[in-house]
Design a protein around this ligand. Structure first.
Ligand code: BDP
Length: 720
């Protein structure tokens, strides 16, 4: 008995000193939504005197979620219970709501200010009402209030001034989705963060509390849709049993403004109901999808629509019946239209049987279809013409289909960028594409303007990111993978924000507001994408990763279907290296508008970072640096490795400025990243050297293993 009392007492004392949430607080689970008390006492005092009470009327699920978040954020950050009240009686009152939900807000006559903010926008205003200082978070619709609340909390988390606010904000893109490539058996295609979050076997009876945290995280960065399932789709997701599970998830997401989308396997009518065709012009098939769609909306009234990969990499599609992508997309679009649903039809199509350059195939197939799609169809285009490489030029379809809304598809999961082991901040990659000028309607026709609809006046617009999320405690496998999820959401809301500003917010919210930490880590993050390009695929090289898993180097991959090999892409020979896509080669360059095409065509004008993407270049070609191409290649690979070592030093310099747990997690990953970068460098240079027949300049540390060693490593390596 004595022993028992002792145990209870000691447990009690333990948990008083270390509250439960603190115990596992720094394992990364909380992402950027960490609401610990502000440690800067001066600032805390300021905030405390500025925020006394909250008036938050309204009972809709979205408003209740917003209220809960605001309370939770304020209580945590201010380290005291913030009073909820219904009467305005004190200075420092936060008033949140819409003109419909809140009597105070309706009386403020915000009509003028709200009128351009649409359904999701919000305003945050410091003002005086009846002589009391107030902060108003107002929106036209409930969901705008939730977004406003998250914005306001972010201001506190990032230590911004909150006394004189006049903020209006609304998303630049309408559909902002995560695409989960999650299979029903919970494996995740190209997922490196554990299993799928969706516990299909337990749903709908057991609804994990994690789903709500996932929804909160998404809403906090403006994501308003999730495609739950792999684009390589399984028709079973469309059965009643699974739809009930989907409905349970949709119910959790709905208060956070998040719609659920499903991937539609084109042959589902055959597989599920034994129809003898899936021909999109067959009336039985048309009816099947109409009925199926109706059934889905019965279970999931807040359903968003279908994401489709068809006639690509072996997936079924309309071309199996001699029909076009437009025929297929339109058939689904007609089924969804009565409910306001959309079709996201992917343009990622290519066929090994077509001898043409793979980089050209999507354009060749889709451009002629411009104008043939229904109004509720978006064509979802990957950022580059091949496949999510560390660097690609922008996809030539951007700007080339003025009558069709094109949706951006980025890959957040790092399939070709070191999985969840390498620290690569992707905002600069996303921005590089969005900020590219297509010249489609003259100078200033940026990819971003194609995507946000302003270039060709499209109302429905979209952006998708292939998720890097799994059931690992820290969600993304690598703590810095969280920054890529965060950056994707923020850019979907407003693509004008800089990579640096996004990193700044993320670091402050995720780690600390300590200036030394922020400047040090931010400078590292901003450099990482270029560093990775340098040790993986410098100067426009691409798709030279190991076969299948794409983790390490595999420039020697040569067997099997041509467009899945590395030799197809780098084309190294005794004369030089690179894929000639100029008019003397595959002429992929002709798919770009002028003067972009002209620039890419010219060996002199082509940006060096894309040189080998577009040109087959002599080993002795003089680069801008004065080095030959071979020397430049060596220089890039070596500087890539050196830079990873710099990243390690940079990270070591912030030791002690954050919790040990997360510090060590990152440090360990950086160690592996250095090891991998050396492998990349040595493997690629030794392999390309068999063609160039030139030495690795002697000032560099020489590879200590043979090419065979690296080739063997590729075969045995199981990526972490
Ligand atoms: C490639 C991936 C493959 C995907 C495909 C796609 O290797 O797993 O299914 O893209 O986007 O990058 O459909």
């Amino acid at each position: 008995m004595k022993k028992f009392t002792y145990l209870v007492l000691s447990t009690l004392i333990f948990f008083t000193i270390f509250p439960a949430h603190k115990l596992n607080a720094e394992n990364g689970y909380r992402l950027w939504l960490r609401y610990d008390m502000i440690s800067d006492t001066g600032l805390l005092k300021k905030y405390r005197s500025a925020i006394n009470e909250v008036i938050f009327e309204g009972q809709s699920p979205v408003l209740l979620a917003a209220k809960e978040e605001l309370q939770c954020g304020l209580n945590g950050l201010l380290g005291r219970e913030v009073q909820l009240t219904s009467e305005l009686s004190r200075n420092g009152t936060i008033i949140a709501g819409t003109p419909e939900s809140s009597g105070l807000i309706v009386n403020l006559n915000l009509h003028e200010k709200l009128k351009d903010l649409g359904e999701e926008g919000f305003l945050i205003l410091s003002t005086k009402i009846a002589d009391k200082t107030c902060t108003v978070i107002a929106a036209n619709k409930d969901i705008g209030v939730l977004y406003g609340v998250f914005h306001f909390i972010r201001l506190l988390q990032t230590h911004k001034d909150i006394l004189d606010l006049s903020i209006t904000s609304k998303p630049m893109i309408k559909y902002r989705l995560l695409n989960h490539w999650d299979n029903l058996n919970r494996t995740v295609e190209r997922g490196y963060a554990g299993l799928s979050l969706w516990e299909w076997d337990r749903l709908p009876d057991t609804v994990s509390s994690r789903y709500k945290d996932y929804a909160r995280a998404n809403a906090s960065i403006g994501i308003n849709g999730v495609a739950l399932t792999n684009v390589n789709a399984n028709a079973l997701i469309l059965t009643k049993e699974y739809l009930m599970k989907v409905a349970a998830l949709a119910d959790v997401f709905r208060p956070y403004g998040i719609k659920v989308y499903l991937t539609a396997r084109f042959s589902a009518p055959i597989e599920l109901n034994k129809l003898n065709t899936a021909d999109p012009l067959d009336q039985q098939v048309v009816m099947w999808w109409k009925n199926k769609t109706e059934e889905i909306y019965d279970y999931v009234p807040y359903f968003g629509g279908f994401l489709v990969k068809a006639n690509s990499e072996g997936q079924p599609g309309p071309q199996d019946y001699g029909r076009s992508h437009a025929d297929g997309a339109n058939m689904l679009a007609d089924a969804l239209a009565p409910y306001g649903g959309i079709v996201m039809w992917r343009a990622f199509v290519y066929d090994n049987n077509i001898p043409d350059d793979r980089a050209k195939q999507a354009y060749n197939e889709f451009k002629p279809l411009d104008g043939n799609f229904r109004k509720n169809v978006l064509t979802q285009v990957k950022n580059g013409p091949v496949d999510f490489q560390p660097r690609e030029p922008f996809h030539p379809l951007f700007g080339a289909m003025p009558l069709t809304p094109l949706m951006m598809e980025f890959q957040i999961t790092q399939e070709y960028l070191g999985h969840s082991t390498h620290l690569v901040y992707l905002a600069p990659l996303f921005k590089e594409c969005l900020d590219s000028d297509t010249y489609a309607r003259g100078a200033g026709s940026y990819v971003a303007k194609v995507i946000d609809g302003t270039l060709d006046k499209h109302q429905i617009t979209g952006i998708a990111g292939v998720s890097n999320i799994g059931n690992d405690t820290n969600w993304c496998g690598h703590l810095f993978g969280q920054a890529n999820w965060f950056a994707f959401g923020r850019l979907g809301w407003d693509h004008r924000i800089t990579s640096g500003d996004i990193a700044d917010d993320w670091i402050r919210m995720t780690f600390t507001n300590n200036n030394h930490f922020i400047t040090t880590v931010k400078s590292m993050m901003l450099a990482t994408r270029e560093i990775t390009v340098s040790y993986m695929t410098p100067l426009g090289l691409h798709h030279i990763m190991a076969r299948g898993h794409h983790y390490g180097p595999g420039p020697w991959v040569s067997r099997g279907r041509a467009d899945w090999t590395s030799v197809y892409y780098h084309r190294a020979d005794s004369a030089g290296i690179g894929f000639d896509r100029t008019s003397t080669g595959s002429n992929a360059i002709s798919q770009y508008f002028q003067p972009v095409a002209e620039k890419f065509e010219s060996l002199e004008a082509c940006p060096e970072e894309l040189l080998l993407w577009f040109h087959h270049v002599d080993w002795d070609f003089k680069m801008k640096s004065g080095r030959t191409l071979w020397e430049e290649l060596c220089f890039k690979y070596y500087s890539g490795v050196d830079s990873v070592r710099w990243m390690q030093k940079t990270w070591n310099a912030v030791e002690g400025e954050i919790d040990r747990e997360r510090f060590l997690q990152v440090k360990e990953k950086l160690r592996v990243q250095e090891e991998n970068a050396i492998n990349w460098r040595n493997a690629c240079l030794l392999y390309f050297q068999t063609f160039s027949k030139r030495p690795i300049p002697e000032e560099y540390e020489q590879p200590d293993q043979s090419l065979d060693y690296y080739i063997n490593l590729e075969r045995v390596r199981i990526p972490r």
